[in-house]
Design a protein around this ligand. Structure first.
Ligand SMILES: Nc1nc2c(ncn2[C@@H]2O[C@H](COP(=O)(O)OP(=O)(O)O)[C@@H](O)[C@H]2O)c(=O)[nH]1
Ligand SMILES: [Mg+2]
Length: 313
């Protein structure tokens, strides 16, 4: 028996179900209890947005927009439509696509972020989707501090049928990144995916190392890395916001990936991060499977968050 594979939107909806359940149950109760949006209802709406980690400013902004609207009755659907619209408006201009195959070759992508945020998994998912399109992909184990990290990445490389480059534990990550970039150029790779270490005990040391990796890659190709993706874990809530500030202050982050949106009822955290960051959101992770990494689309995300169907896409 073959199971019908759900489309990307249903995967998104499934991934965001913890957040959307909490959000819509509460929305419904607020609006059923209040025939018109009185001050108490607006306040309740604001509280529930804060509970989903939208943050006080955005919660107030969205609640204010909802308060200005008139709903004919306690029409759930209209309320959800309005809420999705208000959320999407907050995300306007904060989405961008990740498309390494339409860029220069080899297209060098660097993955940064704290340990456990989902860098290696995201890299593996991307590698698999690229090789499935016929691309020649080189995976580079730049997290040289932990043997387990190298092994984990090797497994992903095998799964994705991508080539793998690593060194022994403790080797210089920048040297490896340099050699990998050279090799990719010589051997005609389409894409190079470079994993990095993410321990934050010594913030400065970590940032210095990342900057060194960027510097040596530039010696081979002045335009590289073509993309530096900062990977953030949605389940750590406001901590992800401070991680964005730490990494984002280093000018080289070009895009954000928000992972584990399926693991939290507080997926609203994506919104303040998207607004605070200089870099756009490019990808979201809604599960551990290869297919659970999706391009970030603000409208689909907002609709999915409140449990609505997609608009014709
Ligand atoms: N549920 C879920 N788990 C994820 C997602 N992305 C990564 N993970 C899990 O998070 C854990 C840490 O991921 P890893 O890639 O090793 O993080 P790294 O230390 O940044 O390289 C692993 O168990 C992953 O399977 C996601 O989108 N959803
Ligand atoms: Mg890792």
């Amino acid at each position: 028996m073959t199971e019908k594979k759900p489309g990307w939107f249903s995967r998104l909806t499934q991934g965001l179900s913890k957040t959307s359940q909490q959000l819509t149950e509460q929305v419904t109760s607020v609006f059923v209890a209040n025939k018109t949006l009185d001050a108490a209802a607006v306040e309740a709406l604001e509280d529930m947005l804060i509970e989903s980690d939208f943050g006080p400013h955005i919660a107030a902004s969205i609640a204010g927009k909802m308060a200005a609207k008139k709903f004919a009755s306690t029409d759930d659907h209209a309320v959800k439509e309005a809420l999705a619209e208000a959320i999407a408006e907050e995300l306007k201009g904060r989405e961008d696509s990740f498309d390494p195959l339409s860029g220069p070759k080899p297209y060098i992508v660097l993955f940064v972020g704290v340990n456990g945020s989902g860098k290696t998994t995201t890299l593996g998912k991307i590698a698999a989707s690229l090789t499935a399109k016929g691309a020649k992909v080189l995976i580079v184990a730049g997290d040289t501090f932990r043997a387990a990290a190298v092994e984990q990445l090797k497994v992903w490389a095998e799964r994705a049928k991508a080539d793998f480059m690593g060194r022994k534990t403790g080797a210089d990550a920048a040297g490896l990144a340099y050699d990998a970039t050279l090799r990719a150029k010589e051997e005609g790779y389409d894409v190079v995916l470079i994993d990095t270490a993410g321990r934050l005990q010594n913030k400065q040391q970590l940032m210095d190392e990342l900057l060194k990796i960027v510097r040596v890659i530039k010696k081979v190709d002045a335009d590289a890395p073509h993309e530096t993706l900062l990977v953030l874990d949605a389940t750590v809530g406001r901590n992800a916001l401070s991680q964005e500030q730490i990494f984002g202050r280093q000018a080289f982050v070009s895009g954000l990936v928000m992972t584990k949106l399926d693991g939290t009822a507080r997926g609203g955290i994506l919104v303040p991060i998207a607004k605070a960051s200089d870099a756009p959101i490019k990808l979201i992770g809604v599960g551990e499977d290869i297919d659970d990494l999706q391009p970030f689309r603000a409208n689909a995300f907002a609709r999915s968050m409140v449990g609505l169907e997609p608009l014709g896409e």
